[in-house]
Design a binder for this molecule. Structure first.
Ligand code: DGY
Length: 321
């Protein structure tokens, strides 16, 4: 790079990421970590050549149309890009990248945590002990759902789905999956492919979502699809809140159709869904699937690798448009 490009990092990223960015770019950081509005993004685009945003910043069609010509690349610090209107950004000639692969382990770990916690009354058990109200024990107390020997259905067998399958196998679960296309045998590792979602749902004692949020996948978990699960199934969502009709989820929990759910992603973020709080068999976390020190560094470095390639005249590895 001849002259250092100017880079805006919209949120507070890992110390190592910010140090590397400060070394290689004229960087504008956000030490207070305050969320930027659409107007902030539009105004800043006149001052910078590149932005590293997170999934919390919205690059809608309106924002894309209003961005200054100076901005050349949006190098996302996320694998999901549903916060970006890719068509509108492409129309403006702006390159967009993401950070696949590097958050698969961390996200699958949170999915397993939610799966186990939902199956074994983590919320109820923790609040009972924590509140000092645990005053009896019996063999019929807090009996949950055993994980080993059960069928784990995975929707979306990309990188995160594949790690989730591996973790499920570690718990002696049988793996089933639905994906746009069947994986080669070396990646499938004995998992059973279902060419329709319905077929997968019918056999999923546990269902874990690992597909992106698109027009096709919005609300794929709804009243109809929940009814196709076995009675007493458990749903896990670490992908995106947009995939689940939350009213249908509450109805399925209330009726007992679902034994429990583990949810890291919500329709409304931040906040979640206050109605979930009435149900101790919904184990919730605040969208922290990728939130480990190791993964935050890896995501930041991957976004910077993409920027470096772009400003050195090459093709970023994770170029989407
Ligand atoms: C992602 O990378 O998409 C995660 O949801 C965190 O932003």
């Amino acid at each position: 790079m001849k002259d250092k490009p100017t880079l805006w990092i919209t949120r507070k990223l890992s110390t190592n990421t910010e140090a590397r960015a400060s070394r290689d770019y004229n960087v504008i950081l956000n030490p207070t970590d305050i969320l930027s509005s659409a107007e902030d993004i539009i105004a800043m685009s006149a001052k910078v050549d590149a932005i590293i945003p997170c999934h919390s910043e919205q690059f809608t069609a309106r924002v894309a149309a209003s961005l200054d010509d100076r901005l050349k690349i949006v190098a996302n610090h996320s694998v999901g890009v549903d916060h970006c209107d890719l068509t509108a950004l492409k129309a403006r000639g702006i390159t967009v990248t993401n950070t696949p692969d590097v958050l698969s382990d961390a996200t699958a770990e949170i999915a397993m945590l939610l799966l186990l916690g939902a199956a074994r009354h983590a919320v109820d058990g923790d609040s009972l002990v924590r509140s000092g109200q645990w005053d009896s024990w019996s063999p019929s107390f807090m009996v949950g759902t055993q994980v080993s020997g059960k069928r784990l259905g995975i929707v979306g067998m990309g990188k995160v789905g594949q790690v989730m399958a591996k973790r499920g196998r570690g718990f002696d679960m049988t793996i089933h999956y639905h994906n746009r296309s069947r994986l080669p045998a070396d990646l499938e590792c004995g998992a059973t492919y279902h060419d329709t979602l319905e077929s997968l749902l019918n056999v999923s004692d546990f269902l874990s979502l690992h597909c992106p949020s698109t027009d096709t996948t919005r609300d794929i978990i709804n009243q109809k699809t929940l009814a196709q699960l076995p009675d007493g199934a458990i749903l896990v969502n670490t992908a995106r809140g947009a995939l689940v009709d939350e009213t249908a989820l509450i109805n399925a929990i209330s009726s007992g159709k679902l034994a429990a759910a583990g949810i890291d992603c919500f329709k409304t973020e931040p906040l979640g869904n206050p109605q979930f709080s009435a149900h101790k068999n919904i184990f919730t976390l605040p969208h922290i699937g990728s939130a480990t020190l190791e993964t935050r560094d890896a995501m930041g470095f991957r976004a910077l690798d993409n920027l470096d390639a772009f400003f050195n005249g090459g093709e970023p590895k994770d170029k989407l448009v």
